[in-house]
Design a binder for this molecule. Structure first.
Ligand code: HEM
Length: 407
C-alpha cells in the first residue's frame, strides 16, 4: 500500500472496518461496519461483501477508456439525441460503450410494471408532498452527507449548482412519470447516463488536489455511498410521510418502494444491497445514513448556494427565509445549526403551527370531485416550472463531465 492510500485507509477507518469485519470492532465504531444482511435484499441472498469497496465494475473501465481515447466530447454530443428508453442508440458510439449501454438499459427481471403504474398513481396523488420532500428533506440532506457534499463540491457541477440541481431534478421528475421505465419513458436513459457521469467522477475526482486533500477515500461513489443517497431520497421521504401522518395505502407504499428498488438497480447497485421492504430499508438507513450525517465546509457552502437559488426571482427576500425555515422544519434543529441556517422568526413558527393542519385540510379536500386532478395539475405545473427555471428554458441533458471544478 502506498503512503497516500495508507493515510486514507487510516483516516477513513479502513483499518477499523477491516478489523470490524473480522469481529474486532468496538461499539463506538460498530456503525462503520457493513452488517446488513443480504437476506433482507431484493436478491434474498449474496456474498455480503462490504459495498464500500465496490464501485461500478462495468461502467468504470468503459468510461476510463473514453477518457484515455479522448472520446468524451464526441460521445456527449452523440448521446444528446438519445432520450427515450426504447430508442435506438445513435450510430458512431464506441463499441465498448454501446455494449455497456445495451446491457445497462435493461430493467431487472424482477421489475413489476403493475407496481410501477401504481407508483405513478401515487406520485400523481402525492406529488406536492413528494416535491417538497425531495427538495427540502433529500436535497438539503445531501449537504450533510460528507462524502456526497465533497464529491459534488469538488466536481465540475459544484461550480454551477443551478445546472446541477436541474439535472438531478430531472431524475426526480422522470421517476414520477407514467411511463418512467416503458419504451416511451426517459427514466432508464437518465439512470444509464447517471451511471456514466458517476463513473467519470470516479475517474476525475482522484486527480483533484482539493478533493484528495479533503476526502478520506481513494475512489468516490461506492455502492454503499449510492445506497446512503438512496436512503436520503426514498427512505427519508417515506419516513417523513409517516411522521406527517399522510395516509399512504399499503399498495402505494409497496409501489413507491418498488420504483426506487428498480432505480437502485438501474444506477448500478447490486441487488443484494437493495432492501426488499421498508422495514429492511429503515434498518439499513439506521446503519448507513443516520450515523454518516455531519457538517463539512463544502456542505455548508452548498447549502447556502441552494438557499439562495431563488434570489434571481425575488432577491432571496422571501425564498431564502422560507427555504431555510422549511429545512429546519423537515431536518430538525441540529442539522439547521450545522448548516448555519438561522431560526426564522416568522416562517419557522408558522410552519410548526400550520403545516400539519394544511395536510389535514388537503387530505380532506382530496375527497371533493375534481380536486385530485386539480392538485395534480398544480403539482405538475410546479415541477415543470422548476425544471424550466433551473435550466433557463433549455432541454436538460445529463452529460459526462470532462474536468473537475475549475477553481
Ligand atoms: C451526478 C443522481 C448518488 C455524486 C449525478 C446526476 C444525477 C445523479 C441525476 C447527473 C447530474 C449532473 O450531471 O449534474 C444520483 C442518485 C444517487 C446518486 C439518484 C443515488 C441514489 C451519488 C453519490 C455521490 C454522487 C453517493 C457522491 C458520493 C455525484 C457527482 C455528480 C453526480 C459528483 C457529478 C456532478 C458534476 O460534475 O456534474 N448524480 N446520484 N452521486 N453525482 Fe450522483
Amino acid at each position: 500500500m502506498d503512503e497516500l492510500s495508507r493515510r486514507k485507509a487510516l483516516l477513513s477507518g479502513g483499518t477499523l472496518s477491516a478489523l470490524g469485519a473480522l469481529g474486532f470492532a468496538g461499539p463506538a465504531h460498530a456503525h462503520r461496519v457493513w452488517t446488513w444482511s443480504p437476506q433482507g435484499s431484493v436478491a434474498g441472498s449474496g456474498a455480503g461483501v462490504d459495498p464500500r469497496w465496490l464501485w461500478d465494475e462495468e461502467a468504470d473501465p468503459v468510461v476510463k477508456g473514453l477518457f484515455e481515447r479522448g472520446e468524451v466530447p464526441r460521445v456527449n454530443e452523440l448521446l444528446r439525441s438519445w432520450t427515450k428508453n426504447g430508442q435506438q442508440l445513435p450510430d458512431g458510439l464506441p463499441k465498448d460503450l454501446r455494449d455497456f449501454i445495451e446491457r445497462a438499459r435493461q430493467v431487472p427481471a424482477w421489475t413489476d410494471f403493475d407496481k410501477l403504474g401504481q407508483a405513478y398513481d401515487f406520485n400523481e396523488r402525492r406529488g406536492l408532498y413528494l416535491g417538497v420532500l425531495y427538495g427540502m428533506a433529500s436535497g438539503m440532506m445531501s449537504t450533510v452527507i460528507p462524502k456526497e457534499a465533497r464529491a459534488v463540491y469538488h466536481s465540475y457541477g459544484g461550480a454551477d449548482m443551478k445546472d446541477r440541481i436541474a439535472k438531478t431534478a430531472k431524475l426526480g421528475y422522470d421517476i414520477g412519470t407514467r411511463n418512467a421505465y416503458d419504451p416511451h419513458g426517459e427514466m432508464g436513459v437518465t439512470c444509464v447516463k447517471t451511471r456514466l457521469v458517476h463513473a467519470a467522477v470516479r475517474h476525475l475526482l482522484p486527480q483533484s488536489p482539493h478533493w484528495d486533500e479533503a476526502a478520506p477515500e481513494d475512489i468516490p461513489i461506492s455502492q454503499a455511498d449510492i445506497m446512503v443517497t438512496w436512503h436520503s431520497l426514498a427512505t427519508t421521504v417515506r419516513q417523513k410521510l409517516t411522521e406527517w401522518e399522510v395516509p399512504v395505502a399499503q399498495e402505494d407504499s409497496d409501489a413507491y418502494l418498488h420504483s426506487w428498488q428498480v432505480t437502485g438497480h438501474m444506477l448500478g447497485v447490486s441487488d443484494e444491497y437493495i432492501p426488499a421492504s421498508w422495514d429492511e430499508a429503515n434498518s439499513q438507513a439506521a446503519q448507513v445514513l443516520t450515523p454518516a450525517l455531519a457538517p463539512t465546509p463544502e456542505g455548508v457552502d452548498l447549502a447556502d448556494i441552494l438557499l439562495n437559488l431563488g434570489a434571481e426571482i425575488d432577491g432571496a427576500l422571501l425564498s431564502k427565509p422560507v427555504l431555510g425555515a422549511f429545512t429546519r422544519y423537515t431536518l430538525g434543529d441540529e442539522i439547521a445549526e450545522w448548516l448555519s441556517i438561522p431560526r426564522e422568526p416568522v416562517w419557522s413558527p408558522l410552519l410548526e403551527t400550520l403545516w400539519r393542519p394544511f395536510i389535514i385540510a388537503r387530505e380532506t379536500g382530496l375527497h371533493f370531485p375534481g380536486s385530485q386532478e386539480t392538485y395534480f395539475l398544480f403539482d405538475e405545473f410546479l415541477r415543470k416550472v422548476v425544471l424550466i427555471y433551473l435550466n433557463d428554458g433549455q432541454p436538460i441533458s445529463i452529460e459526462i463531465p470532462i474536468i473537475n471544478r475549475p477553481s
